[in-house]
Design a protein around this ligand. Sequence first.
Ligand code: AHR
Length: 501
Amino acid sequence: PSPIIHIDPARSISRVDPRIYSGFTEHMGRCIYGGIFEPENPNSLADPNTGFRKDVLSVLKELNVPIFRYPGGNFVSSYRWQDGIGPKHLRPRRPELAWLTEESNQFGTDEFMQFCKEMNAEPYICLNMGTGTLEDALAWLEYCNSSANTYYANLRRENGHPEPYKVKYWSLGNEVWGPWQVGQMESQDYAKKAFQWAKALKLLDPSIQLISCGETGYSDWDRVTLKKLVPVVDYHSIHIYTVSEGNHAVNVMGPAAAEKALEISKSLIDLAKIESGLDKQVTICFDEWNVWDPVRAPGEKGAEEHYDLSDALAVASWLNVFVRKADIVKIACIAQSVNVISPIITSPKGLFKQTTFYPLKLFATLMQGTSLNVHVGSPSHTGKTVPDWVEKLEKNAGGDEKLTKYIDVSAVLNDSKDEVRLAIVNRHATEGYTIPIRFGPACDVSGGTVQVYEVWSADLKDNNGWDGERVQIVEKQLPWSGEYSVKQHSFQLLVFKVELQ
Ligand code: AHR
């Protein structure tokens, strides 16, 4: 079919939760050290009081990040949080088993809380269910949140932090199913253990929100753990990275797997609720997502991906999925926030914004409000959407015509109900399209213009780097004629002033 877009603001899906634009800072590669924290920076880029990179925090602020997840990731599964508090010269250096490095512990819980405060973001702590015990987890929660006259609350005070940090989000381990994980478990064993941890953690602080460790959202691990944990958790976490191996179609169609995964995990949550007889809200915390090829950018080497325009379009498609699935995904954390598979790359001399920074910024600032049901007619991609070695659901998602349209769209109505905003990715490598955009009967486009924010470059392989930014946002205001022409391989966010009757 020829491309066409129909939007009716009366047909809403759900409120877009601003927390879908959250971040993740792991002790991995140069995310923390040399990323957000570099007290010895030779070019005076660090704040002399906190050691935070002023330039990095300032650029991160452009992304309005509502939550940062910390301290891992795989790192957390052998992390002793107690090593990272108190006088810095007394903090022990430890072997680090996730990425086979050494951890200096110069950045720990109190520094992370200070970082979140400066970023005006909420902290989210992932607990160590590898080498860590329930006692360690309870101690961490007490240190962060307790106002009682008890040991760890007093230790926080002694360390100069009289007020509790009120950390709301706590997750029960990271990728515990993975063979690479210190403390890997079988699903039943994890579910039993996490259930006991959840009870104890909520006894100590009933105000916290707990996140169970899921897998992809469509695995047997997800089914088994949800069945047991739905009564005690508030969110179920899933992780998916899309891999392209240099194939543009695979790169941009990859997020179809995430959309399928969200549909399936929503049903698994429903099933677990029915089986437990509970009517409570459990939603998805997609706390690791991104474009990542671990062969191109191995974790042990710091996973520094150098993204191009094709990757930026893949990230825009990822974000379209989260907006369309606003009913089930309430938190999503891009993995990660600085240097490690990140939209920002630093050196001791400064930083540059990767291509992926720009769609993320546009979504975080403009795709807020209520997600709208959009009908899109578009030619579909028929080839593969994942590398040959990927099995299971990702392959099936590729066969789903609905999810592999070249024209990939999400839409919102802003909170003051006077703007419809449309995020359109043209995923076709070589074809541009002129797309009629039709609004529902009770919606008039007013003002006669459309505000456009476009991310495009002539070559899909164009990227940003120390020699300049070839991929950025181009802003323009155009007369509105009822149709819009998208260039080949482009992303555009269109803002229409509307009057609803
Ligand atoms: O984000 C990088 C790593 O990917 C995380 O540490 C881990 O949870 C995932 O496998």
